[in-house]
Design a protein around this ligand. Structure first.
Ligand code: GLN
Length: 197
């Protein structure tokens, strides 16, 4: 049985749980989606989602709860992991604007700039283009990090806002600037979870 874990320490956890449940249902897969707080819950996990929220807080709590190292190890071993917004920051190899105490998983070969959009446009909604779907996707951006560089050619764009890359994948990893969990559209979750089956 598929077991999806949403890192549940801070941020829009319940939204990701709902979206993942719907996505599994749409894919016709039996599975459970768990609120992941402790390393013991990683046993038998098929895929992990790191939600949007506040990356200094998520970083601090993942360290405190002993989740940072085990999740990094699982990611290195090929477990599918998707990070959205603050979750993208947590996944990234290089982060511009990080606080000194922030720790990251450093799994995804991108450089991101935290809080790159600036105050005036700190939150907005815009249609984005997905490489795996013909219809535009509603992109919800909330004080989003910006992907400023793909660090090698293992990293492939999967989402575009105009001519800017706003979502990428590399092997088992997906990182998105935007929040698919805050829409009713489960296409991104379905795309991610297909890898986990
Ligand atoms: N900019 C925020 C951070 O650094 C992320 C914002 C979000 O996840 N909506 O954590």
């Amino acid at each position: 049985m598929v077991r999806v874990g949403v890192i549940g320490l801070q941020g829009d956890v319940s939204e990701h749980i709902e979206a993942s449940k719907k996505a599994l249902e749409n894919l016709g897969v039996t599975g459970e989606v768990v609120w992941l707080r402790k390393p013991e819950q990683l046993e038998g996990i098929s895929a992990i989602i790191i939600p949007g929220g506040e990356s200094t807080t998520i970083s601090r709590l993942m360290l405190k709860n002993g989740l940072l190292e085990p999740v990094r190890k699982l990611g290195e071993d090929g477990l599918p992991i998707m990070g959205t917004c603050a979750g993208l920051i947590m996944l990234s190899k290089e982060v511009i604007g990080a606080t000194p105490e922030q720790r990251f998983l450093e799994l995804l070969d991108v450089r991101v700039n935290r809080n790159a959009y600036g105050r005036q446009v700190d939150s907005f909604e815009a249609p984005i283009r997905l490489t795996f779907s013909d219809e535009p996707f509603p992109g919800v951006f909330i004080r989003a990090p910006r992907i400023v560089e793909l660090l090698n050619d293992k990293v492939r764009p999967i989402a575009w806002l105009g001519d800017r890359v706003v979502g990428v994948e590399a092997d088992n990893l997906i990182g998105l600037e935007f929040h698919p969990e805050l829409t009713d559209d489960t296409r991104v979750h379905e795309y991610f979870l297909r890898n986990a089956l």
